[in-house]
Design a protein around this ligand. Structure first.
Ligand SMILES: [Zn+2]
Length: 500
């Protein structure tokens, strides 16, 4: 399970000016600029044992993977009552490594110079979310699941561990760390590599508080200057085909990934994607470049951007905001007004930056349909066993009815789940096509789970349970099995009392 640490002793490495004051770590190079291979699970475990209870650091195990590896949680706070809570988590995809490596350098730096951690920051770090995938070099975890599609039902021990931390800590700011291929086949075919060393996007689900979305976007926009100062090309995260013919868009607004899944808890939430060179022989400095680019952003989040009080206030307001009158059920990236964007790519042969004019860079999140928010959701007794763990994992309060209750409610019928790539909506499979029925008076049976749409959990309840949403629980096998052709979904939209 653990790897030998051959070749990683400190001898012969160029030590930085602080090296003399630093205790030796035999697990990875002292200077992150010289790192040429990722830090393994075994090396990380040994390193974390050396920093536990050093200075402001505490290391605990938050969970265990299906293959028995530990999910580590590192806490750093300088005492008192730090007001601003930050959560960094990395390597949900086991083959996307540099966020983890950078977080271990961040932890190392805090162990050695605790004064670098601002006194008002309560910092929580899960450096390796998917140790089984990391050791196997795979995107998926040891059970074959894509953890970054598991944020609604949290079926896997890794996502369950993450959300235990989220429920306890309630971070004001959270960052999910990934990588993408800088020299993908598509780019290679055109003689290009991706322009940025690192990219980033913020919360964008349209049910989230607009102030929080705007505050997150300010962090994204201002990161360009931070990375420029560190010597790294930066652009806002985009995904999609090649310009100018094919569409590019920003990160997915759906809640089955970490960005908006953790974002359901009301804080600022980000995804970072570093650009990794593929191929058999990536340049020696490729990993070091990503780690350096990551560290610039991590320290920026920790040190603050001068808007901390504003961000705190926005998050607190968002968490006490009543649920909006409408719940978006279909939303997608569009380019209103057909704005032409100059999309940068690097010409592989020359290293020159080319700016490709394109009208297919989607600029804006648009809502295409929205339903009036119901008063509550009612989950049928036949589905209670499947939904209860999800409600608990998402910290959504509910009442199990002991006696019948008469209400006016709307049923929804699942027509189909589309498993293919969806070109129109630019998303992978799992889109659920649902018909909303006319409201009728019904008697809810005892054993029904009653979920009121009130309080801090209302946004999560609406996003997780709304049966008319295009992406929700019915894309998952356990929940899909609760549906039958022509039969109502097991969640009713309660729109009024029995007498109307
Ligand atoms: Zn990823």
């Amino acid at each position: 399970m653990t790897l030998p640490i051959a070749g990683l002793c400190l001898a012969g490495l160029a030590l930085g000016p602080l090296a003399a004051a630093q205790p030796a770590t035999t697990e990875f190079p002292v200077d992150h600029h010289t790192i040429t291979r990722t830090i393994s699970y075994g090396e990380m475990s040994r390193f974390l044992a050396t920093v536990n209870e050093r200075g402001p650091l505490t290391v605990t195990v938050e969970g265990t993977t299906v293959k028995g590896r530990s999910l580590y949680l590192v806490h750093a706070a300088r005492g008192g009552n730090p007001a601003f809570r930050i959560l960094f988590y990395a390597q949900q995809h086991g083959d996307e490594v540099s966020g983890k490596d950078a977080l271990l350098y961040l932890i190392r730096d805090i162990a050695e110079r605790p004064e670098r951690l601002p006194a008002d920051v309560d910092l929580w770090i899960m450096p390796m979310m998917n140790p089984d995938g990391a050791e196997a070099g795979t995107r998926r975890n040891g059970a074959g699941a894509d953890l970054n599609r598991d944020h609604i039902v949290q079926d896997q021990p890794e996502t369950q561990a993450l959300y235990r931390v989220v429920r306890r800590v309630r971070p004001h700011l959270a960052v999910d760390c990934h990588e993408f291929g800088r020299d993908s086949e598509e780019r290679h075919a055109r003689g290009w590599i991706a322009y940025p060393d690192i990219t980033m996007d913020g919360v964008n689900n349209p049910l989230f508080d607009p102030e929080v979305i705007a505050a997150a976007q300010r962090w994204v926009d201002e990161s360009a200057a931070v990375e420029k100062a560190a010597g790294h090309p930066f652009m806002r995260y985009t995904v999609g085909g090649m310009p100018p013919e094919e569409e590019q868009r920003h990160s997915a607004p759906d809640i089955d990934g970490g960005l908006n899944g953790v974002g359901m808890y009301g804080g600022l939430s980000f995804i970072i994607e570093a650009a990794a060179m593929g191929g058999p022989h990536p340049p020696a400095d490729d990993l070091a470049r990503r780690v350096d680019a990551y560290l610039a952003l991590f320290w920026r989040f920790v040190d603050g951007d001068g808007h901390r009080a504003e961000d705190l206030a926005a998050v607190e307001r968002a968490r006490s905001r009543p649920l909006p009158a409408f719940i978006p059920t279909n939303y997608l990236w569009v380019n209103p007004g057909m704005t032409v964007t100059r999309f940068p790519v690097v010409e592989a042969a020359t290293g020159r930056v080319l700016e490709i004019p394109t009208a297919n860079m989607m600029t804006t999140m648009a809502v295409k349909s929205a339903m009036p928010a119901p008063l509550a959701y009612a989950i049928a007794p036949r589905a209670a066993a499947a939904f209860k763990p999800v409600l608990k994992r998402q910290a959504i309060p509910y009442e199990e009815l002991a006696a019948p209750r008469r209400v006016t409610a709307e049923a929804c019928t699942l027509l189909r789940v589309e498993d293919e790539w969806d070109d129109v909506y630019s998303r992978y499979g799992g889109r659920q096509i649902v018909r909303r029925e006319t409201p009728t008076v019904r008697e809810l049976e005892p054993g029904t789970l009653w979920v009121p749409l009130e309080g801090e959990a209302a946004v999560r309840a609406a996003l997780v349970l709304e049966p008319a949403a295009m992406y929700g629980v019915y894309q998952y096998p356990l929940f899909h099995a609760l549906t039958a052709p022509g039969r109502s979904l097991p969640v009713l939209r309660v729109v009024g009392p029995a007498a109307r």
